[in-house]
Every structure is written in C-alpha cells, then in structure tokens.
Ligand binder design. Structure first.
Ligand SMILES: [Zn+2]
Ligand SMILES: [Zn+2]
Length: 370
C-alpha cells in the first residue's frame, strides 16, 4: 500500500494528519498555521493560530481576540513530532512559507509569494523540499513585471503632474501590502500622504508591530480639501466609485495591480492610470522559485492552475492541480467581503476572454519565456 502523503488536500484546507494541523484552512479547525493575514488565507473561527511575528497585530485587528502564537522566520515549532517552521515569502509584511518536516520528508507551502524584493517585506527565500505547494496567480507568460523602481518613477511623475494641473491624486491598492509598498516608495518632497480609514487602520496595526512606515494622515470628514488635493490619497479597491472617492473631484485615479498588465483591465476599473505592480510572482518568478526548491513534485493551488500545471508537466516537473478556496488579493481588497470565491470567479471571468489565445499558445510561448 502506498504511504499516505504528509500533507493532504481536504475540504477544510491543507491538512497534516501526523501533526493534526492545517495550513490556511477555510473552515474552522483546532490548529491553523497561517501564511499571511489576507482574508482568503486567515479565516476567523480556528481554536489556535500560528503565524509570523510581523503578522501578529494585523491578525488581531482583522480577526479580533484569537489564540495566537507567533514566531520568527527559521524557528521550529514541534507539533506531535512534526516540525513546523516559517520562511520569508516576500508577498506582504509578515508573509511566510510554511516548511513541514517529518521523518526525513519535507513539504513547503508557499502561501502567496513574490520573488522581487519590495524593500518592505522580508525578501523571498527559496526552501529546499521534496514537495512544494505553490500558488500561480500570474502563471501565464504574459505576466512579466518591470522592476518596481520603474513603476514608482511613473507613480511619482504622475502625482507631480496632477499637482501641477490642480487635480487630486488617488492611488488604489489593497490595504495590507500594496498600500504600504506604495507609501514607502512615494516621493514625499511632492506632498503629504493621506489614507482611507481601512488603510490607516492597517498601517496602525503594523506600526504597533514595530514596522516603521512613512508618515500618513487619515482622511477625515473635516480634512481640508485644498490641502488634500496637493497630496496623494491611498485608498483600497472597495472605495472605487463610492461617494467617499467622488468628494475629491476633480481627481486622477491610479490603480496598482498585476492585472493592469492585461489590456482592458484599466478601463474596466475606470482608472485614469494603471500601474502594473503585483505582490505575486510573475511567470519567471514562479518558474525560478519552483526550480529553486529542487522538489520532486509540485502542487498548484490557485491562479492559472490548469495551464500552468500542464506547462510544468511538459517541461519535466511532476505537477498537480489542486482545488482550494484561495482567491485573488490583487483585484479586490483582501477584506472579508466579498468572499474569496466570488472574487476569484469574477476576476477569472473578466480576464478569461483576453487570455484565451495566450493560454492556447502557452506551451510554445512559455518555452520562449524561460
Ligand atoms: Zn495574499
Ligand atoms: Zn491569496
């Protein structure tokens, strides 16, 4: 009889029977190891949580009073003889890959990750393993990120131009990760940084956790309109098209997301500017990360799982597509509403037509890309 694998994919999430714990489960369990604090990975209702030190305050802010143990990268927790340790995923502040070792067998669960050093999250570190469970949100060759310094030059130039033209500047990115990454790369000689309440709450949680962020000012009802107009306003995706945003008129509105790489995405968001900025690995990043693990087999949890799995098998990996409820934190704010499933299906539907032809050519195009 073949040996039972150390990790299994169940209807509650990724499960380790030997240690009796789950990784990023989406239904209530006794013991949950959490890769990062985005809503599709960190659900409410578990008895015990284990996460990285830098996820602590954001998890408490988002989930309320929970029983939470936090550890630094590299430290091992022993659960029923199974070793659990966390390694940097480079996705957002506090994000971790989970390494699970038992009787000489090593698995790594990536959570969400990116390979570019964003200057604010601890940079991604490849971890050797036998079996790698990876995301592939942007697992298509068309997704190839430019260095962030180029993107932030564009952002700062756009902001400067708006000030010259008397327009307010609203930049949208999700509240945990993108918002702080944008903030840290803004040129504050241009003006002040204002924040939507959801983003400022997250900033405050991170500051409580010892993270040093550039100064920000929460927008309140009384905020002086002319002053705000000279600054830049960081807002979450959920604020797009709301009266809250309209009160800054006239304004220019920029959207930061990996999806902006696809023609038409900017128009659908009704954005004036689309900045191709993602906290997920691009095509090359995914391939290099998977390769660096030296793994025997790889499991793809979310994103372009079907074509990406097919491609990995074509180039000689033992790759498997698995079903999970992890969603898309690039398109929408990673707050509890709407559900990850809704977000995922909506995003996938939106871009399905655009990438169909790319998907059909994936084999050839992909080979060119690496
Ligand atoms: Zn995420
Ligand atoms: Zn995710």
């Amino acid at each position: 009889m073949p040996k039972k694998p150390l990790l299994e994919f169940t209807d509650k999430g990724i499960y380790c029977a030997a240690g009796n714990f789950y990784i990023d489960p989406w239904k209530p369990v006794d013991y949950a190891v959490i890769t990062h604090a985005h809503a599709d990975h960190a659900y409410f209702g578990h008895k015990c949580y284990l996460a990285h030190n830098l996820s602590r305050e954001v998890l408490l802010y988002r989930l309320g009073e929970i029983q939470l143990q936090t550890i630094p990268y590299g430290k091992t927790v022993n659960k029923d003889g199974v070793e659990i340790s966390l390694y940097p995923a480079g996705h957002v502040i506090g994000s971790a890959q989970v390494r699970i070792a038992y009787k000489g067998e090593v698995w790594v669960v990536s959570g969400d990750y990116k390979t570019e050093d964003d200057g604010i999250s601890t940079p991604f570190e490849p971890v050797r393993c036998h079996h790698f469970i990876s995301e592939c949100t942007f697992g298509m060759p068309v997704y190839k990120w430019k260095p962030q310094v180029q993107i932030f030059n564009d952002v700062n130039n756009w902001w400067r131009g708006n000030v010259e033209h008397g327009l307010a500047t609203v930049i949208v990115g999700y509240s945990l990760g993108k918002a702080q990454r944008v903030l840290q790369n803004l040129d504050l000689s241009i003006g002040k940084v204002y924040t939507h309440g959801v983003i400022e709450n997250t900033n405050e949680a991170l500051r409580r956790n010892g993270v040093i962020l550039k100064p920000t000012e929460r927008i309140i009802f009384e905020s002086a309109k002319e002053e705000v107009r000279k600054g830049i306003i960081i807002a979450p995706p959920s604020s797009v098209g709301t009266p809250w945003m309209r009160k800054f008129q006239p304004y220019s509105f920029g959207y930061c997301s990996g999806w902006m790489a696809i023609r038409g995405a900017k128009r659908r968001r009704a954005a004036d500017r689309g900045f191709v900025l993602s906290d997920h690995a691009d095509w090359d990043g995914l391939l290099s990360a998977i390769d660096a693990t030296g793994c025997e087999s790889v499991y793809l949890t979310h994103g372009y799982t079907a074509p990406f799995t097919r491609y990995l098998n074509e180039i000689g990996f033992d790759a498997h597509e698995v079903h999970t409820l992890y969603g898309d934190d690039e398109g929408e704010d990673a707050s509890p509403q709407p559900s990850p499933e809704e977000r995922e299906s909506r995003e996938n539907n939106e871009i399905a037509n655009q990438v169909l032809s790319i998907g059909e050519d994936l084999g050839e195009a992909g080979k060119d890309a690496i």
